[in-house]
Write a protein that binds this ligand. Sequence first.
Ligand code: SF4
Length: 430
Amino acid sequence: MHHPAEPPTVPEPAAALVAPDPRRESRAHSGPHAAAIERAAARVEEGLRLTPEEGLLLHDHADLGTLGRLADLVRWRLHPRPVVTYVVDRNLNPTNVCVTDCGFCAFYRRPKHEEAYVLPRETIHAKMDELRALGGRQVLMQGGHHPYLKSAWWCELLADLAARYPEINLHALSAPEIDHLARLEKRPVEDVIADLAAAGLGSVPGAGAEMLVERVRRIIAPKKTSTDRWLDVHRKVHAAGLRSSATMMFGHVETGAERIEHLERLRALQDETGGFTAFACWTLQPDGVPEQHLYPERATPGTYLRVQALSRIYLDNFENVQTSYVTQGLKMAQITLRFGCNDFGGTMMEENVVSAAGCFHLSPLAAIEQQIVRAGLVPRQRNSWYGIVDARHDEARDGPRGPLSRAEGATHRAAPAHATHATPRAEVRA
Ligand code: SF4
């Protein structure tokens, strides 16, 4: 018998936030783009979808307050309850061996490097035991692109963990890792996905997207899975009945228009499949990465907030948007709860990738809940499919629990949005 994680005893807010009334908001804008910004903002208020041109206009010219207001509006439209979710999970990196040499990555080691490793199974079990003891619901398991570990190795590992830890979802293998296996074995990617799913893969993380624009990929990760392949792997993951998430790493060599292009590619695939559960974005952490000279400037907190908010506005067919407290810190994460984010991501008992780049903001559960409560919102634990698994769940206030299993998650997909319209204002997906 496995028990869910014991929620921390952080008192809930005395009076939780309610959805803002957009008609009461200030409309003070000035400058040469004021009228166009007003028109784009009005479309968002009406529940209409932004075009790429409108997205770029807001990206380049809207003030931070307007972006935050619109993102908050979209957040409350999709989630009319004052709930912020998170999942009790851990990172587990079975190997750091990689032959893809991304210049922004401080985590990987070449195969013969003295710090290269493949974790022994006992070590993996010990980490899973720790997660189980904390009531964990998900393990985020990713590694490098190892030149000799094929899908049979991963399938055996997944099957072993699925049998030993049936209550913990295996959220594992990013699209580039799956693509790497298919290339290594010279077989169709859908066959690899089918084998992994049969072995116990429960859902697929959105890592490895970075910027889904070929010009950018050629600079920052020339050996990595292309934009089209990354999207196609997710398409095939969804076709196999699994859900996945989507990400964006920005603040390096990309332009504003390329950020919009990235969001547009994700939105189009979500229209097609409805298979993404969530979107998360963060800024490049450049300290100590192999090609640090390519990234002389870090994205500012203001840029992070602007892009975070714009993502929520633009991705109208994504139900959930995660904050990134691991890269941005708890205080910034709290602010993003009013810039479109409705989810705190995973509690991550261990994180080796961004921490290798000198950025490490892991926090205990109580600290995460405190940030949520002090923002006037209600923390609730969830599973990988965004179903609430929290003992404190109150259906009248928190809404339906949502999917509680991989099979339910697969059937709970958002209906693909119409090509030109976002979710109508009156339609609410709780
Ligand atoms: S980001 Fe992934 S694929 Fe790229 S070098 Fe690091 S481990 Fe390898």
